[in-house]
Design a protein around this ligand. Structure first.
Ligand code: PLP
Length: 643
């Protein structure tokens, strides 16, 4: 395709158009872009600078290694980089504000517990003193075995039983700073009892129930009705109890978590101001404190709008850090209180960019009309004649009226068919004429100043359905459960203008198994711009920013299992390393999750086949063929396989 270069850049103009259309520069966190030949690239940060790798090169590499689509691609470099950026940004803010304590981040394991991710995190964390947040016994066990640096903190949230507490106390014995954050007053007696038993001084934190409420989806994590955190009364009781036990010095940390994905920076500042009031009063009351844990909530700009909307955020990382550090200093300085170590539990922000879901398109359904035949039968029925007449008299000034007519005559046509006056062939002709009318109207609607909502809705009804080789429920559960918008775009052909408007359906064929919320040209819309799929050629799409929460929340709807996972890394020489390929669930795997025994299934099928041999229905050879198909099936991938 002929394209003009953008003056001075040597880059085809079509690439800039595609960048704007899909917004890759707005949501890509600087990691993703488009190469001059129209492929999506990842700019992988390494110690020696950035290396750009085309995702299609990775797709080809995966296919050559026997990994079919769909594949969850994890880009290890991005984890390192994010941990580094987060620590740098806090460090810079601390210097700018003249803050007199350090930052110590912890990664909340629940956001992505996968072994390879946690190992990468521990490695990157060791250089920055970045630790882990554990919300359960299982997560604490992970933290204890993965964390190597004692500079890094462990923060235990969640409701804790004696076993959880015992484990945390062992961590203190080895020399880790492991905090128990009290979510409820009931946890305290158990902590005191177990600490006495082991002869260990516990590090205790309290989770505040702030009245500051945040915008966005997670607004109920804070405020009076939040499930977690202590009321002011409970807090006072805890302080009194600790003083009685002569253990007030163990109360070292204040924690609050306003909710995930906080879109509005104002909420962050308000939360900090409120928490600092607690900090000052408790400090004056004799609790040493020393650590202020501001929870998670650092948001990802999924829609690239930079706004205070649910899928976005109206601040940058630097602004977040400055606001946090400044707000704490501003609150404490007038009272001469010492500056606490700042802990944040940023999960989503840290890992979202790392993962991309890669899948191919299996088929496309369109609602285009067939070309009308040159000659039509003479004795057409009334509804078909009227539809033809409507088609011949389409006028842009009368689109709504033309639309109403088309729908009216189509109803007449269908009614005629139901009562036997119109035959199948004639109905098909009439339906096609109607579809021709609707498509022509749809093409004219964008020219209207104020398109009627009915006509806008009709346009969406006519959009294509691209069938993607993946399951929304398994790989993008938040797209289904909380209508989260993720960036979706083709991985290649971006030097061509996409001509189709489409939604994406998944393999489940469930009416909820689809993607129909996109951001195109900066607007939230119901259809995605895609290229026409060419016969015999694969078309690949990527869903971006899926590294946080999606892997573990995914479920087995329709028994589509875990996808293959590929962990890749770009080394300092700029070479792409396929560090690890993890095969997704086989069909036998998913069947065993729902309590089938694959062996037993096979044996039963074998018996049926054997019986058919005895009855002379099939030959022994055919029996063999069948059984090997069955056992291949059990071993196979749960997604569509290319032969
Ligand atoms: C889930 C959670 C987090 C992580 O929040 P993000 O928005 O992913 O940063 C942090 N702290 C607590 C207590 C949480 O429950």
């Amino acid at each position: 395709m002929e394209v003009n270069a953008i003056p001075g850049t040597g880059r085809p103009a079509s690439i800039a158009v595609a960048e704007d259309l899909y917004g890759i520069g707005r949501w890509g966190c600087g990691y993703f872009g488009i190469s001059p030949n129209g492929n999506v690239v990842v700019h992988a940060p390494t110690a020696a600078g950035h290396t750009s790798i085309e995702l299609m090169q990775i797709v080809d590499g995966l296919r050559a290694r026997g990994l079919d689509m769909p594949v969850l691609l994890r880009l290890g470099n991005l984890v390192d980089d994010r941990i580094h950026q987060l620590n740098q940004a806090f460090q810079k803010a601390i210097e700018e504000v003249g803050y007199r304590s350090p930052y110590r981040g912890v990664f909340p394991i629940k956001v992505n517990q996968q072994r390879h991710v946690i190992a990468e995190m521990a490695r990157a964390g060791a250089a920055n003193g970045h630790g882990f947040e554990a919300g359960s016994k299982a997560e604490l066990l992970i933290a204890l075995s993965e964390l190597s640096s004692r500079e890094s903190l462990i923060v235990c949230n969640g409701y804790k039983d004696a076993e959880f507490i015992d484990l945390g106390l062992q961590a203190i014995r080895i020399g880790f700073k492991c905090f128990f954050v009290l979510e409820t007053p009931q946890e305290l007696p158990a902590i005191l009892e177990r600490a006495r038993h082991w002869g260990v001084r516990p590090l205790i934190g309290v989770r505040l129930k702030l009245s500051t409420q945040v915008d966005g989806h997670w607004s109920n994590d804070s405020g009076d009705r939040s499930l977690f955190g202590l009321t002011t009364r409970q807090l006072i009781d805890i302080v009194d109890r600790l003083r009685e036990e002569d253990m007030l010095d163990c109360l070292q940390l204040l924690h609050f978590h306003l909710g995930s994905q906080i879109p509005n920076i104002r909420n962050v500042r308000e939360g900090i101001r409120e928490a600092c009031r607690y900090y000052l009063d408790l400090h004056e009351d004799g609790a040493p404190l020393g650590y202020l844990n501001i929870g998670g909530g650092l948001a990802v700009d999924y829609d690239g709008s930079g706004s205070n909307q649910t899928n976005s955020r109206n601040y940058t990382l630097d602004e977040y850090c400055i606001d946090v550090v400044e707000a704490i200093a501003d609150c404490l300085d007038p009272h001469g209180a010492p500056h606490p170590v700042i802990i944040s539990e940023s999960g989503r922000w840290t890992v979202a960019p790392m993962s991309v879901l890669l899948f191919n398109v299996l088929s496309v359904s369109t609602f285009d009309a067939e070309p009308l035949p040159d000659t039509l039968p003479k004795d057409l029925s009334e509804p078909v004649k009227c539809l033809l007449d409507t088609l011949q008299h389409l006028r842009i000034r009368r689109l709504q009226e033309n639309y109403n007519d088309a729908i009216y005559y189509r109803d007449q046509l269908r009614q005629g068919f139901r009562v036997g006056r119109i035959n199948l062939r004639e109905r098909a002709l009439g339906e096609n004429i109607c579809l021709t009318i609707l498509n022509r109207i749809a093409a004219l609607v964008p020219q209207l100043d104020r398109p009627p909502p009915e006509l806008e809705a009709m346009r969406h009804q006519l959009s294509d359905i691209y069938l993607g080789n993946f399951s929304v429920f398994q790989s993008l559960p938040d797209a289904w459960a909380i209508q989260q918008v993720f960036p979706v775009m083709p991985l290649h052909r971006l030097d061509e203008v996409p001509t189709r408007d489409a939604i994406i359906a998944d393999l489940t064929c469930d009416c909820d198994g689809k993607l129909d919320r996109f951001v195109i040209g900066g607007e939230h819309v119901a259809t995605l711009k895609l290229h026409e799929v060419q016969e015999g050629q694969e078309y690949y799409l990527g869903v971006f920013l899926v590294g946080a929460y999606q892997e573990t929340l995914g479920d087995l709807h329709n028994l589509f299992g875990d996808t293959h996972v590929a962990n890749v890394h770009v080394n300092e020489q700029g070479q792409l390393e396929f560090v690890q390929e993890i095969h997704g669930d086989s069909i036998a795997d998913v069947l065993s999750y729902v309590e089938y025994q694959p062996d037993e299934l096979y044996q039963r099928f074998r018996q049926l086949a054997e019986q058919a041999v005895r009855e002379g229905r099939i030959s022994v050879n055919q029996r063999q063929e069948m059984l090997s198909l069955y056992s291949d099936g059990l071993r196979g991938y749960t997604y569509f396989e290319n032969g």
